[in-house]
Design a protein around this ligand. Structure first.
Ligand code: NAP
Ligand code: ZN
Ligand code: ZN
Length: 352
């Protein structure tokens, strides 16, 4: 085992602080990664604060990881020392069930292993994420980063990018489709960029009037202020597909009402409490309400390669490690443009 410093919390309302972690030795299939940047996902907040009631403490979040390979195991063929690589929300799965066989590791029937707050499948304990100096990951769960992309701005693609890309692809979003994205945060702004790049007509629904101009710059053809009932009424029944990225309680029925006949609203935002759905929102027009969880490893590579070809990265604001809690507070106030990324050079190198 090798000691590494992470930045985590020991309880839902405890402050973040540096703490000591053990990382395993680099096994035959493993890649040891020196972490350069880590994006800050709203799921980090849900987990650190135990809003999903499943957190194991101490908790070291972070699943939008970009780093440099510093060591490879004897059987590693896909990476070499010095490569820039990414790690997203998963670090392992059973690799044998039908979901894994189909490249849908996120739906592994035996449970995938979360990058943080997960249970290792080989008895090596709880997983700790990217708010840390380094991480050791099986090569099967490590991604290649296109050389043309800015490394820091690529970090958010590892969760916000793939979580929006996967449903956009699954529901075949493209030219000729009118697509709604709900919420302009980390996921939402990637949803706007990717849906635009796939050729769809994109409409952004936001509660923040001050994000209108940005939404257009990012690729939205129209922006609707969801607090304006009249503007919402005009959009009834006009959408082929809607992606809802909202992290908190909101009325989902308002958005289901915007769908055309047979169209689908995919929920990716994950509030801790249930979202009540009125039966009639679905019955009229035979609408669909679906969910989607991150994306598989091959699909994540496909998304990264697409972003490399189209020059797509996240709009980021870089923060220092010690500013993580003020970043969380700003995310909760919808004051993030549009993803915070931690510069790991600011990670403490010793426990104070
Ligand atoms: P984020 O940056 O905080 O963005 C969420 C956006 O939702 C906000 O910027 C805001 O946009 C809108 N919003 C917030 N509170 C709202 C409210 N009360 N009513 C209406 N709109 C509100 O969060 P994120 O990192 O994009 O994550 C979004 C959600 O997706 C989180 O719940 C996260 O856990 C979840 N998630 C799910 C998956 C998955 O696999 N399904 C993966 C990653 C994350 P406006 O200001 O534009 O209204
Ligand atoms: Zn995430
Ligand atoms: Zn599996």
């Amino acid at each position: 085992m090798l000691t590494c410093i992470g930045y985590g919390t020991t309880g839902a309302d405890h402050p973040f602080a540096p703490l000591s972690l053990q990382r395993r030795e680099t096994g035959a299939e493993d890649v040891r990664i020196h972490i350069l940047y880590c994006g800050v996902c709203h799921s980090d907040i849900h987990t650190a604060r135990n809003e999903w009631r499943s957190t194991i403490y101490p908790c070291v979040p972070g699943h939008e990881i970009i780093g440099r390979v510093v060591e490879v195991g004897s059987a590693v063929t896909r990476f070499k020392v010095g490569d820039h690589v990414g790690v997203g929300c998963m670090v392992d799965s059973c690799r044998q069930c039908s979901s894994c066989q189909q490249g849908l590791e996120q739906y592994c029937e035996n449970g995938f292993v979360d990058t943080y707050n997960g249970q290792d499948k080989h008895g090596r304990g709880v997983t700790y994420g990217g708010y840390s100096q380094n991480i050791v990951v099986d090569q099967a769960f490590v991604l290649h980063i296109p050389k043309t992309l800015d490394l820091a701005a690529t970090a958010p693609l590892l969760c916000a990018g793939i979580t929006t890309w996967s449903p956009l692809r699954r529901w075949k979003v493209g030219a000729g489709m009118r697509v709604g994205i709900v919420g302009l945060g980390g996921l939402g702004h990637m949803g706007v960029k990717l849906a635009y790049a796939l050729g769809a007509e994109v409409v952004l629904f936001t509660t923040s009037a001050n994000k209108k101009a940005d939404a257009k710059r990012l690729g939205a053809h129209e922006v609707v202020l969801s607090t304006n009932a009249q503007a919402m009424a005009k959009e009834q029944g006009r959408f082929d597909f809607i992606l809802d990225t909202v992290s908190a309680q909101h009325d989902i029925n308002t958005y289901l009402g915007l769908l055309k006949r047979d169209a689908t609203l995919v929920q990716v935002g994950a509030p801790g409490e249930p979202l009540p759905v009125a039966a009639f929102s679905l019955i009229f027009k035979r609408r669909n309400f679906a969910g989607s969880l991150i994306g598989g490893i091959a699909e994540t590579q496909e998304m990264l390669d697409f972003c490399g070809q189209h020059g797509i990265t996240a709009d980021i604001e870089m923060i220092r490690m010690e500013d993580i809690e003020s970043a969380y507070d700003r995310i909760l106030r919808s004051d993030v443009k549009y993803r915070f990324v931690i510069d790991m050079k600011t990670m403490p190198t010793a426990l104070s």
